[in-house]
Design a protein around this ligand. Structure first.
Ligand code: ATP
Ligand code: MG
Length: 361
């Protein structure tokens, strides 16, 4: 078989601004792939229809967040000349695909999806009180991925069960309709372990908009300082002389994710590298405040150029709107081509094929 075209798709729910967990879990990988010439197409989707599945009663939040997420993308360096940025609800083909895929998935299969289980619990959707739209979002996510024939999906590790569900739908579709129309996607995870699931500033397992334990890409310097200085560390490390723990210490996890080769030279020259700093912390004699001040400097250096670019795009909304419009148009073309293949495979391409079948000129 011919070499598959390399195509990337990923996205975010517009339920708020993006945070540094999004950056290390997914945005960083997108920036790398948009510059990789072996990728034929790169799509990034603002998943507003998915956000509405559990925020249908708060349309203002979703609407406002669509624009904010677009600003987040542009400010970290997602380049609309290389990446098509699309708005999910503006691509009707995605929703058409979902209707057909729903036939291929059982209720019990969705119920077994560990991410769905965790999210139902987090949102307090007990028993059968879950909105049907929310329950079926893994199927809609499979439509998003397959519509673009994505081969790779850079997302955080919480999304692995969604990718597995998508691959199953692809296999079932291709088998049922005896075709090879749909493409199985692979997940693309960050290499650095700290980035797989960045914890929250409160030490909870995941930094998440819904949990309110985030550092936003758009946080100003003072907000960042306050958040870092009140971060969770090692609760057993009470006095500076006490030995401290690195495992589960969020400040060190963030350093693992964000320290640059020249960070020590710039901001903490008495240490050579992160290993030396960790050794000192473990031995005792290194206070949390000093480590937090270092983390603040590292994060502030990372966020400064992002804030500048954001300010530029805030002053040029016409460029943001043009990027979204162009990206969405390109996405419609790509999704329409896949939908046509899908309908042909399902034998519901009536007006394309009847004329031939019935010998009509
Ligand atoms: P919500 O609470 O609305 O679900 P969220 O913060 O979980 O928001 P999503 O929009 O669901 O964000 O996730 C977008 C992408 O970012 C996904 O690929 C997800 O895996 C990744 N991601 C989100 N939070 C983190 C995190 N803390 N660490 C690593 N990756 C993350
Ligand atoms: Mg989420």
């Amino acid at each position: 078989m011919a070499q598959k075209k390399k195509i990337m798709l990923t996205g975010d729910r517009p339920t708020g601004r993006l945070h540094i967990g999004h950056y290390v879990g997914s945005l960083r990988q997108r920036l790398e792939l948009q510059d990789d010439p072996s990728y034929e197409k790169v799509f990034v989707m603002i998943a507003d229809a998915q956000a509405l599945t559990d925020n249908f009663d708060d349309p203002d939040k979703v609407r406002e967040s669509v624009f904010q997420v677009a600003l987040d993308y542009l400010s970290v360096g997602i380049d609309p000349k290389k990446t098509h940025i699309l708005i999910q609800s503006e691509v009707p083909q995605l929703h058409e695909l979902t209707v057909y895929y729903m036939n291929l998935v059982t209720v019990s299969r969705v119920q077994r999806n560990p991410t769905v289980k965790a999210e139902l619990k987090m949102r307090g959707f007990e028993g059968e009180s879950v909105p049907v739209g929310f329950f079926t979002y893994p199927i809609s996510q499979a439509s998003d991925i397959t519509a673009f024939k994505a081969t790779i999906v850079p997302v955080g590790e919480d999304q692995e069960p969604m990718l597995e569900q998508c691959r199953e739908i692809v296999r079932t579709f291709n088998r049922t309709y005896d075709c090879d129309v749909l493409v199985e996607p692979e997940i693309y995870l960050p290499e650095n372990e700290a980035c797989l699931r960045l914890p929250g500033t409160d030490g909870q397992a995941k930094m998440s908009k819904s949990l309110g334990n985030t550092i936003y890409l758009s946080d100003d310097e003072e907000t960042l300082r306050k958040k870092v200085m009140s971060m969770f560390t090692d609760p057993g490390h009470l006095r500076v002389e006490d030995p401290g723990k690195i495992e589960g210490n969020t400040v060190f996890t963030y350093l693992d994710a964000f320290v640059q080769p020249d960070s020590f030279e710039k901001f903490l020259p008495e240490y050579r590298d992160l290993d030396e700093l960790k050794d000192h912390y473990r031995r005792g004699g290194l206070g949390d405040v000093k480590v937090k001040k270092f983390l603040f400097a590292v994060l502030n250096e990372f966020l400064s150029p992002i804030r500048e670019k954001r300010a530029y795009y805030e002053a040029h909304p016409e460029e943001v709107i043009a990027a979204l419009r162009d990206g969405t148009e390109e996405a419609r073309r790509a999704a329409a081509a896949t939908l046509a293949d899908v309908k042909r495979a399902m034998k519901i391409d009536y007006f394309e094929s009847w004329a031939d079948e019935y010998g009509v000129k």
